[in-house]
Structure formats: structure tokens, C-alpha cells
Design a protein around this ligand. Structure first.
Ligand code: FMN
Length: 314
């Protein structure tokens, strides 16, 4: 699957229900995703333009995820566009760096559906409120995607909705958004596996949450590591807890070779050589070369499941 970049703009993410739910679901379901929480990265609104442009250049598809604020995007996202979509990058004689990338807006909206109609109290449709973004996509030669949004997402205790109701709506919406992202994939199994492998190790480099990994492990997965054999999700967690209490975050896996074979029975065999450079919690450098053999399947939703996972030191 091609690379998906999510520009998340939420000034109060710690209090979010809807956006948080959507982001977690995306991270768990899309193999090759980068989420940039721009309010957390730039609380003082001082945006690292080069870093943002680099992330954009790397991506094939860009999702702008935000809560609707006063019929518009939150101010941090406006600042982001003003600075990052610059002359000769996004527009101008040499400004074609964003050409052909998908431009997907994904908005959580407080008001109910019927309020966003001619006779409703918000009068206009969401598609009308987001016209400036649509034209931004056209000017930058990006591929404008039909807007995605979900209504009734505001939660004020005792007044509007319940947290559970908002969560259920967010869950249902997240699945729709995931479907949209998957519809962009070219569907070639080897590309999907290849992209997945890169993301799998990128997540290990950051020692990401268990849920990313277990989401891609079959419930009965057999894991054979140099330090023992582990079974199922509980087995993975036991092994991973041990890793997390041994090495620091920000380690580096380098894949030196990858071979993918179709077993023609719904499974693929993946053989990898890779190098791990890490540092123990005590500050000792660690360098390990391994060969890994995996047995994986790809679901109709293009989600990878690992059924067997063998690691051998070389
Ligand atoms: C400053 C502010 C402005 C808002 N403006 C609107 C608005 O114009 N229209 C609307 O439907 N909801 C509006 N809302 C409601 C938010 O869109 C809603 O709370 C949010 O999408 C819920 O997502 P979250 O749980 O991730 O925070 C506003 C909320 C805030 C805090």
C-alpha cells in the first residue's frame, strides 16, 4: 500500500473522544501510515516547514483530520497551510511537489446532519463550507477526494450526547474512512507485504503500543525467537514486555533483503535478512543480524495477518 500521511489538527487532543478514536483505528488498520499531530508538535504555532514538506513529499495520500471549529479548520491547520504550502513548493512555476497526491479531508462535526441543510440552523452543507480547501487541492494539483465527515460528535456531559454514543459513531466512521484509504491501494500483494514489513519494523524502532502488533498477529500465531517459543497474543506480549525492559526506544532495523513467495493456498512466505542496532537501557550498544521467516495472509480489507514468525541469529 502506498504511504498515507495524516495531518492531525486538534488543539485539545487530550480531551478528544472522536478524533482520538479515529486516529487509533487508522493506526491499527493501515500498514503504512504516519500521523503528525501538529498541535502537539507546534504548540507555539512555530511550524517546522522543512519537516512538514519532507513528510508531504514522502506521502502518496494526505488526510487532514480535524474537528470542525466555527465552520472551519482549527487555527493551527490554517497556519500550517499558510506556511507549508509555499511558493514553488505547492504552487508557482516550480510548485508541483504535491501533484497527484490524494487530498482527503476528514472532519468530526458537532452539529447533527439536519442542521447542515438549507432549512437547518447551520444553513449550508459541509461541502459548501470546505470550498477553500477544495480549491487548494486543485491549485496544488492534488487529487481532491470527496470530503468525509461524521456528525453529532460533540459531547458535553449531561447536555449533548453520551461519551459512549460519540465513541460508537467514531468507530463506525473510522471504518468508513479506512475503507476509503484501502480503496486507494493498487492491491498488488507483494507491494502490500513489502510496505507492511517496512512499517512493522518502523513501529518496532519506536517500541510502539502492543495493539499495533497484535492487530497483525493471528490469535494462534507461533513465534519462534532465539530466546524461546511464544504462542498467541499473550505470548507476543510476554516477549515484547521483555524487549521493552531491555532496549531503549529509537533503535534501528535495516532490512537487507526480502523475498516474498505466494504459497498459492492463501498464504505468503516472507524471508527477510535484517540488522538491528539498538542500545540497552544501561547504555550498551547492541548489534544483531537475523534471518526471519514469516507466514502471512492478506484479508479482503488488505490487512496483513502473521501466522508464523521465526527469527534466527546469523
Ligand atoms: C472552538 C470550537 C468550535 C466549534 N465549532 C463547531 C462548529 O462550527 N460546528 C459544529 O458542528 N461543531 C463545532 N464544534 C464542536 C466540535 O466540532 C466537536 O466537539 C468535535 O468535532 C468533537 O471531536 P473530539 O471528540 O475529537 O474533540 C466546536 C467545538 C469547539 C471547541
Amino acid at each position: 500500500m502506498e504511504k498515507v500521511l495524516v495531518i492531525l489538527a486538534h488543539p485539545q487532543y487530550e480531551k478528544s473522544i472522536a478524533n482520538k478514536w479515529i486516529i487509533d483505528a487508522l493506526k491499527n488498520s493501515i500498514n503504512t501510515i504516519e500521523v503528525r499531530n501538529i498541535h502537539e508538535l507546534y504548540p507555539d504555532y512555530s511550524i517546522n516547514i522543512a519537516a512538514e514538506q519532507k513528510a508531504l513529499i514522502n506521502a502518496d495520500h494526505v488526510i487532514f483530520q480535524f474537528p470542525f471549529y466555527w465552520y472551519n479548520m482549527p487555527a493551527i491547520l490554517k497556519q500550517w497551510f499558510d506556511q507549508v504550502f509555499s511558493f514553488n513548493f505547492a504552487y508557482g512555476p516550480e510548485g508541483n511537489k504535491l501533484a497527484n497526491k490524494s487530498f482527503q479531508i476528514s472532519i468530526t462535526i458537532g452539529g447533527p446532519v439536519q442542521s447542515y441543510t438549507t432549512l437547518g440552523y447551520n444553513h449550508f452543507r459541509i461541502e459548501e463550507f470546505v470550498k477553500p480547501l477544495e480549491q487548494t487541492a486543485y491549485l496544488t494539483q492534488m487529487n481532491w477526494q470527496p470530503p468525509m465527515y461524521t456528525h453529532g460528535m460533540v459531547y458535553i456531559e449531561g447536555i449533548y450526547n453520551t461519551a459512549g454514543l460519540v465513541q460508537n459513531r467514531a468507530e463506525e466512521y473510522a471504518q468508513r474512512l479506512i475503507e476509503r484509504v484501502k480503496s486507494w491501494s493498487n492491491g498488488d500483494p507483494k507491494t502490500i507485504i513489502d510496505d507492511f514489513v517496512s512499517n512493522w519494523f518502523a513501529q518496532f524502532d519506536e517500541l510502539a503500543d502492543d495493539s499495533f502488533f497484535t492487530n497483525h498477529l493471528d490469535e494462534k500465531v507461533k513465534l519462534k525467537f532465539p530466546d524461546g517459543v511464544f504462542k498467541g497474543h499473550e505470548g507476543f506480549k510476554a516477549w515484547y514486555d521483555n524487549i521493552k525492559s531491555t532496549i531503549k526506544k529509537e533503535n534501528k532495523h535495516t532490512i537487507t533483503s526480502i523475498d516474498i513467495k505466494d504459497n498459492n493456498n492463501g498464504f505468503y512466505k516472507v524471508k527477510l535478512s535484517l540488522k538491528l542496532e539498538a542500545e540497552t537501557l544501561e547504555g550498551q550498544p547492541l548489534l544483531i543480524n537475523v534471518i526471519e521467516k514469516w507466514k502471512v495472509s492478506i484479508s479482503d480489507e488488505k490487512l496483513i495477518k502473521i501466522h508464523q514468525y521465526k527469527v534466527k541469529k546469523t
